[in-house]
Design a protein around this ligand. Structure first.
Ligand code: ATP
Length: 458
């Protein structure tokens, strides 16, 4: 009998005990909302990134990859609007963890009898309390106090911590694509529509609860910016909604745990925005975003850099400022979704229980484990290991009963276990056990690579 029974605590514990993810700076008691990927987790994460890149760059015509600097010219963050929003008075809803600008709440839901810009934080808190202003998201009135909130981490360049030397750790990777639009267009001889894609770290001074990998202060984003003409933009936006859904499904997330969530409230420049949400153990939450950003990004960078961002159509000679469609997903957040999805507790026919991680084999951390039945078979087993390790991440485990070794591989989601026994010495065959069905078949060693390769493709 198989039951999911998944909770965030179980996932966190499994991750710690099996080497997926450890608390950041663990021996110092951790560091809030930071996590380190361990030997098993880093493989999972890398496989997810490889699958994303394969789908959205390798197999997508007119998509070009970049790897831009984390530290960018500070003017970039003026153009993006991040510098201007520094120090906004923010308050969090303690019930649903959404964060709001206190002044916007008063402007939108107040009686119109005050000007929030002229109020102190204390006055705004009293106004919100007395006028019974509730969370627009969940309807509760469980506000934190107002905090001046700085969403970007800063550091300084050079030796002086002077204002002029201040630089920011990027809070989003997409600016790296915008500033390279002209470079990529020229060198790739790209024609609209084309996309620039990137996988890289972003940093946000998040103060709302992290929920493990869901929200961290340092995280990786896999995202692309599609530059297009406005007349094509709605069709492209819709196609990325579909592509994002299919990727989430193909990586292994079940469709009954995915849903689209169209935004009602849009940024002033946006034409449309939609998240795909996943039903995490903490409820339905954003997994990725697809945004129609209009010409905002190109026009802002044109204004702030003084460089023309106009694209000249090679056929019509028409000059257009590109519209941008963005698709962005966090590596850690998707990794968390795949962990929650894969987790299952199973009671076996003999009454024993096992925890098994049913990852899509393409993203499973290890593809295969080689397990000699006894120590004196290790020479032959090492030979098999060396052969497989040239092709796949391959584990080798000699310690403990075979049952315990299978359980360990089930818990890290290894799709295949190869057992070397005494028959192997006679006829060069091994047993290969399937993680999900636990069925075993016997195969010649010479056929192992082809057998496994076929089943771990993305
Ligand atoms: P949220 O509303 O959850 O804070 P967001 O709307 O600010 O997310 P975007 O700026 O659109 O998110 O970022 C794109 C994607 O990056 C998100 O869909 C999510 O997968 C991921 N992401 C954003 N912030 C974080 C974070 N602090 N930790 C982990 N992943 C994140």
């Amino acid at each position: 009998m198989a039951e999911k029974n998944v909770t965030m605590d179980k996932i966190v514990n499994l991750c710690k005990s099996r080497g997926f993810v450890f608390p950041g700076s663990d021996i110092y008691g951790g560091f809030a909302n930071t996590w380190d990927f361990g030997p098993v987790g880093v493989e999972l994460e890398n496989n997810i990134k490889k699958a994303w890149w394969k789908r959205f760059v390798q197999e997508s015509p007119n998509t070009y990859g970049v790897d831009a600097s984390i530290l960018m010219n500070p003017r970039v963050w003026e153009a993006s609007g991040h510098v201007a929003s520094f120090g906004d008075p923010k308050m969090d809803c303690k019930s649903c963890k959404q964060r709001f600008r206190a002044d916007t709440l008063i402007e939108t839901y107040g009686k119109g009898d005050v000007i929030p810009d002229c109020m102190t934080n204390e006055e705004m808190e009293v106004y919100i309390e007395e006028n019974n202003i509730r969370c627009p998201h969940c309807g509760n009135k469980t506000w934190t106090n107002i905090r001046k909130f700085n969403p970007m981490f800063t550091t300084s360049r050079g030796t002086l911590e002077a204002e002029a030397d201040k630089v920011y750790l990027r809070p989003e990777t997409c600016q790296g694509e915008y500033v390279n639009f002209l470079n990529v267009q020229r060198t790739a001889r790209a024609k609209l529509p084309f996309a620039i894609a990137q996988i890289g770290k972003s940093f946000r001074n998040e103060i709302t609860p992290g929920n493990f990998l869901f929200r961290t202060i340092e995280f990786e984003q896999m995202e692309l910016q599609m530059f297009c003409k406005d007349e094509d933009s709605v069709q492209i936006y819709n196609s990325y909604k579909e592509k994002a859904w299919n990727f989430a499904k193909d990586i292994g997330l079940s469709e009954d745990k995915l849903r689209f969530h169209d935004h009602d409230k849009l940024a002033h420049y946006a034409k449309a925005a939609c998240d795909i949400q996943y039903n995490f153990p903490i409820g339905w939450q954003e997994l990725n975003g697809v945004h129609h950003r209009g010409t905002w990004d190109c026009s802002r960078h044109q204004e702030y850099s003084g460089k023309s961002m106009l694209y000249t159509d090679p056929v019509t000679n028409e000059k257009v400022l590109p519209t941008v469609i963005e698709y962005s997903i966090g590596v850690g957040r998707l990794t968390l979704a795949t962990l929650c999805e894969a987790y299952e507790e199973e009671t076996l026919e003999n009454g024993e229980t096992r925890v098994v991680m049913h990852f899509n084999p393409a993203i499973a951390p290890y593809k295969v484990a080689v397990l000699p039945l006894q120590k004196n078979l290790s020479e032959k087993a090492e030979e098999v290991y060396a052969k497989l390790a040239k092709e796949f991440m391959c584990d080798y485990d000699l310690a403990g009963s075979i049952g315990k070794r299978y359980r360990r591989q089930d818990e890290i989601g290894t799709p295949f276990c190869v057992t070397v026994d005494f028959d192997t010495l006679e006829n060069d065959t091994v047993t290969i056990r399937d993680r999900d069905s636990m069925e075993q078949i016997r195969l010649p060693i010479s056929k192992l690579v082809a057998y496994i390769s076929e089943k771990v493709k993305f």
